[in-house]
Design a protein around this ligand. Structure first.
Ligand code: SF4
Ligand code: SF4
Length: 87
């Protein structure tokens, strides 16, 4: 089992230091996950750490190509939209 970084990645470096298996490499045109090293964080964390920190919806997908955080999942819930910004 391994996750994959796709071309939506903006090379922000946020995920790289969090991987318990050093499976993430800086690369061009985008960062990459070594499928031989990625364990999906099983045994280390309850959730894949790269996907948890990644600010870009859809940038990290599972083996089926399904985004861990698909478009819309990281945007505020509709009940928050229109709320006044903090003073
Ligand atoms: S899922 Fe976990 S082990 Fe796999 S690349 Fe992301 S942080 Fe590393
Ligand atoms: S956190 Fe997301 S956008 Fe940033 S380098 Fe990792 S995969 Fe790319």
């Amino acid at each position: 089992m391994a996750l994959e970084i796709v071309d939506l990645c903006v090379n922000c470096w946020a995920c790289l230091p969090l991987c318990p298996n050093q499976a993430i490499q800086a690369s061009q045109p985008h960062f990459e996950i070594d499928p031989q090293s990625c364990t999906e964080c099983l045994g280390n964390f309850a959730r894949p750490q790269c996907a948890e920190i990644c600010p870009v919806e859809g940038a990290i997908v599972d083996e089926l190509g399904e985004a861990l955080y698909p478009p819309g999942s990281l945007t505020p819930h509709t009940c928050m939209q229109g709320a006044a910004p903090p003073a």
